[in-house]
Design a protein around this ligand. Structure first.
Ligand SMILES: O=c1ccn([C@@H]2O[C@H](COP(=O)(O)OP(=O)(O)O[C@H]3O[C@H](CO)[C@@H](O)[C@H](O)[C@H]3O)[C@@H](O)[C@H]2O)c(=O)[nH]1
Ligand SMILES: [Mn+2]
Length: 733
């Protein structure tokens, strides 16, 4: 009978599994055999080598191909099948009354008013404050790791504008609730929209002027309360060393919008920083928000969103409820991840920043297992997930932080504010479980990846919510240097996880089974791709320049194995990409970026990680710049690579490009002179393939005159290095 009752309830969510086809699996099996054959071939060659040189060459290729094989095999774990979920928010009211909707605490992170313009942070916050959800159940906490009065000023303005914006969105049923996006869209022209736009522009101008001056001057401060807030920025207040600032900018039940409805809570938090206390970057900031919000509102649901992403769909929290109220999954549901989607990508995405493979495709695959990994933004958590596993509660040190603690005082009550300041103290976490057993996990700059991983190891499940209209839209970096640095940061972070005591290959495989463990391992070991890619970028080419053949001849049967392995890796990947709403060019750009990263971000990350392990240097979280320079934006939109700056990564990149070009033409000349084409073909092909990929780099070195070209100094240094490599190689007997 119970079953019948359950069936008659309208569904909140359905899911459909797609399993990989038999053809897919057979192909994977054949490919695996081919990989084994190749490894065997290398091993034999190494054993039978007669000179030290040929021994080291064989060993290098054995190592390279072992790593490629590992990455290929772990990648297969994402290709076992995937899940499509659908939600039915329209059925929600048959299951739960709107008055009984759970409260949501929404965390917006920012870290630097000059790299992350306060206006964009404000837009993020307004877009989620304006959710189609009872306002008295929403609280926005802004974490300002930049400790900037400019950001606080922007939010004071935002609170005032919000009291017009929220009712405006409600009344007109606006879909674009991020003001900047709304005014950039094709919105209806009326007196009302004209008025609200004027208000927005006014606020924007005030905020941007203050940011330009770099200081909130007296004429921008209107009330005594505001003055008191800014007085906290005394002369010894710096972003690395300052007291906690918590400022309630709007309060549920007390502050009302212009129609008299309650405003959501809007609370500015800049945690205390001290030079001697580690602040653990974003994970540290989020843990402070976890505690401050626990003290002030303690909502059972938490949203984390970066300041470079805004909500693109006001229905989002209702979709989330469809999962939290689905009793078949809710007991172990730790978080609901929305894929990261982006706006402003150029045609065919030259820097391959869309990461559809990671954020959508692989996440759909993980969704069929224990659930997608956490990607740092656009994710709704159950607060309980931060306090131990689904059936093993870890208690925080004070009762006020427990997820079941009921808050029944105003967020501005003296006692509440005092406790909130206490838990935001930079020494508060000493001798506690924060960062290890409680909250977001410390120890890596990819706190998102690591936290999701650890939660899943504890037994929490997650789901991917992937509606057709993106729930959140974010910015992408638009210069090559920013892209490579971002990937480098992620890579260092991944290595920190890969070689920690919670490594996915050991701890992960045990805690969540081999398939999930290896999926996480694929990401964690990402940067070791640098080893084969760097070897393949230099060794065959240097050998080619010396006229030494190192791969099987075209007439040899082993040659066919190489052809099969190459095509068998590239063609299915390309087909996959095209079937997944991509284009041939976007696939081409993606594989190009993979090659570029192989000689830049990945090896630099490996080195950085090693120096960190040896205690020689430490590196932090280098925030990606979100400031748009007009000229750079223009070049980005045209699809032109942006070099411009001096960067060691551009040196290694250009060196590889030059070596390949010279080797390729050297090979052509050698063959024309009657050299061994049969034996050198594979090397010429590899060099030629790299040359085709590197075309934008040659252009930037030789033909371009705009500011985004390769700096002459970089070109000169790279040419010199290429020459050094060549001479060294030619002296090896
Ligand atoms: O000390 C810090 C450093 C960063 N941030 C915030 O972290 C977010 C992400 O920084 P961003 O420079 O945009 O890095 P991305 O590489 O674009 O971010 C991706 O990678 C990060 C991990 O490296 C994740 O935290 C992000 O969610 C994910 O989108 C931003 O909101 C920052 O304000 C802090 O709050 N405190
Ligand atoms: Mn970002």
């Amino acid at each position: 009978m119970e079953g019948a009752a359950a069936i008659s309830k309208p569904p909140l969510h359905t899911l459909a599994f797609s399993r990989a086809t038999a053809a897919n699996r057979i192909f994977a099996a054949v490919y695996a055999c081919a990989v084994l054959a190749l490894l065997y071939h290398h091993a034999l060659a190494a054993l039978h080598s007669t000179t030290f040189l040929s021994f080291s060459l064989s060993l290098s290729f054995l190592l390279s191909d072992l790593i490629l094989a590992f990455m290929w095999a772990t990648n297969q774990c994402f290709r076992m099948g995937w899940v499509h979920r659908r939600v039915f928010p329209e059925n929600l009211r048959k299951v739960v009354r709107e008055e009984d909707f759970p409260a949501i605490d929404m965390f917006v992170c920012t870290a630097d008013p000059f790299k992350e313009p306060p206006m964009s942070v404000v837009n993020t916050a307004l877009s989620v404050m304006a959710y189609d959800y009872p306002a008295e159940k929403l609280s926005v906490y802004v974490s300002d790791d930049g400790g900037s009065d400019l950001t606080l000023f922007a939010f004071m303005e935002a609170a005032k504008f919000g009291s017009h914006w929220l009712p405006f969105c409600r009344r007109n049923n606006v879909v674009e609730r991020c003001p900047e996006a709304y005014f950039a869209s094709n919105y209806p022209q009326s007196n009302e929209t004209k008025q609200i736009k004027e208000m927005y522009e006014n606020m924007k101008q005030r905020v941007e002027t203050v940011v330009d001056i770099g200081k909130v001057t007296d004429d921008y401060i209107t009330t005594e309360q505001e003055r008191q807030a800014f007085n906290k920025w005394t002369s010894d207040f710096t972003r690395y060393d300052h007291p906690t600032v918590i400022q309630v900018l709007s309060e549920i039940g007390k502050d009302r919008d212009i129609t008299g409805q309650s405003m959501p809570n809007l609370i500015y938090v800049s945690r205390q920083k001290g030079r001697t206390s580690p602040h653990n970057f974003k994970a540290g900031a989020l843990n402070v928000l976890l505690r401050v919000s626990a003290v002030m509102t303690n909502a059972p649901i938490i949203l984390t969103v970066d300041c470079d992403m805004y909500s693109n769909d006001p229905q989002t929290p209702r979709r989330v409820l469809c999962y939290f109220f689905d009793t078949t999954i809710s007991s172990k549901l730790g978080y609901i991840q929305f894929p990261q989607r982006f706006h402003g990508l150029n045609k065919n995405d030259i820097y391959a920043c869309e990461f559809k493979r990671i954020f959508i495709k692989n996440s759909m695959a993980l969704d069929g297992l224990a659930g997608p990994n956490y990607v740092g933004t656009g994710c709704f958590f159950s607060r309980c997930a931060f306090f131990g596993g689904p059936s093993s509660f870890v208690s925080p040190e004070i009762p006020e932080l427990r997820p079941d603690h009921v808050v029944n005082k105003s967020v501005q009550a003296q006692s509440i504010l005092a406790l909130a300041h206490h838990v935001a103290n930079c020494k508060y976490e000493n001798q506690t479980n924060w960062g290890s057993k409680l909250g977001f996990k410390y120890g890596t700059v990819v706190e998102d990846f690591y936290t999701g991983f650890r939660l899943q190891c504890e037994g929490w499940k997650s789901v991917l919510c992937h509606p057709t209209r993106p729930a959140f839209l974010g910015d992408v970096p638009i210069t090559l240097n920013d892209v490579l640095n971002q990937i480098k940061r992620w890579s260092v972070g991944f290595l920190e996880v890969a070689f920690s005591k919670y490594s996915p290959v050991t701890f992960g495989v045990r805690a969540m089974g081999p398939i999930m463990g290896l999926c996480y391992a694929h990401y964690a070991f990402w940067p070791i791709w640098s080893i084969p890619l760097t070897i393949y970028a230099f060794l065959p080419q240097l050998a080619l320049l010396k006229g030494v053949s190192i791969f099987p001849k075209v007439s040899d049967t082993w040659f066919l194995l190489h052809v099969f392995l190459f095509l068998g890796a590239y063609i299915p990947d390309c087909v996959d990409c095209i079937l997944f709403e991509g284009t041939f060019q976007s696939w081409w750009n993606e594989q190009r970026m993979w090659m570029l990263k192989g000689v830049t971000s990945f090896p630099f990350a490996l080195v950085e990680f090693l120096t960190k392990c040896l205690g020689i240097a430490t590196h932090g979280f280098n925030v990606t710049s979100k400031v748009l320079d007009d000229e750079q934006s223009k070049r980005y939109d045209q699809g032109t690579f942006e070099f411009r700056v001096q960067s060691p990564m551009f040196v290694s990149l250009s060196t590889a490009a030059i070596v390949n070009l010279v080797a390729f033409f050297g090979g052509v000349i050698e063959v024309l002179r009657g050299g061994d084409f049969d034996g050198l073909f594979v090397q010429m092909f590899v060099a030629g393939f790299v040359v085709v990929n590197c075309w934008p780099i040659y252009e930037a070195m030789l033909f371009r005159t705009d500011k985004g070209r390769m700096p002459t100094k970089t070109t000169l240094i790279s040419t010199f290095l290429a020459w050094v490599l060549y001479t060294t190689a030619s002296h090896i007997p």
